[in-house]
Design a protein around this ligand. Sequence first.
Ligand SMILES: [Cu+2]
Length: 391
Amino acid sequence: MNRSIFKTVASKTSMLLLSVFALLSTNSFAADAAAAATEEVAKGTDNTVWFYLLLAIAATLIFVIIGKTVKVLELTYELNGKQMNIKWNRINGLLMFIFMFAFLGGTLWEMKYHGAMTLPESASEHGLLTDRLFTITLIITGIVFVITHILLFVFAYKYQGSEKRKAFFYPHNDKLEVYWTIIPAIVLTVLVISGWKTWTNITQPAPKEALVIDVTGKQFGWIVRYPGNDGILGTKAFKLVNDVNETGVDFNDKNAADDLIVKEIYLPVNRPVKFNFGARDVIHSAYMPHFRAQMNCVPGMPTTFWFTPRTTTEEMRTKTGDAKFDYVLLCAKICGSAHFNMQVKIVVVDDKQYSEWLAAQKPYYTEDIAKQIQEAETEKMQKAQQTLALN
Ligand SMILES: [Cu+2]
């Protein structure tokens, strides 16, 4: 056998083995690390990282040693005027066949291991629709994946290189091309249309009875404002923003007088809630994964999203078997150094609990706050005048 071909095949084989190992070890490492992180066992995570790193280095060394040994053997044979008769095509074909099982097994294992870490059933009504679309897409693409994966590796095994066989020239087949164009086109059209219909359904205007909440992103946190007893949010204007009045609420507006600024978002179950999103500095993204809701928060451009929560926090705790479970509002845009800190707890309660919570809240605007806003406003004006003078 020509030596350069021999070398290429040998290195391809090692690469294949290496990639299988890397794939499996990376996955199990990631899964373990994620599991450990979830349980907040920082020490365990560190040890897991080192264990898999060392294992990867050891495995790489073993492959290098095997490769070098084969090369030494090959050279020794050559020196003696003989040829090493290793059937590389057969070995590669066999490895392809093994890889088929390893990869399919790995996929199933992935689904079981990582699948258990995915979000619980949607806590919002529209989320059930998007989840259903997701499942349908996953089933269709899953079937295609399994079929093509098996065909790819069975063919690689069955039609491995052989000196006894000549390749069959098969350049074109109109019928086949028509099939593999039309079938995916139909499937994709159905998926796209059902996706579009679902999206239209989700993004239609919020019902009139919806509870309206104002959510503003800032570096680094969320400012959440409720309308108070009157159910109407006071207007706001960016010119009124100062250190105390962070979102620029116009407190001269009578609707603003009873507005609440809260640290935790309470939502009554089965009642539509409409979020008005904004941002003070850079683009943030309000992400409520359990409700399958995400919307960009853009400075100067109001955005909105509404949904109906269908599961209370208590019910979700029972469902997930996690007594500490809580819904969250996160930021899904890397908006700066403390981006990870942008979290607000969301608590879904029944109507009675919601009324109790609402009654216990105090309006933000008090005499003291009015005074502080006045002072902050004066300070702002002075600063502006100074800047103007300097310019
Ligand atoms: Cu952010």
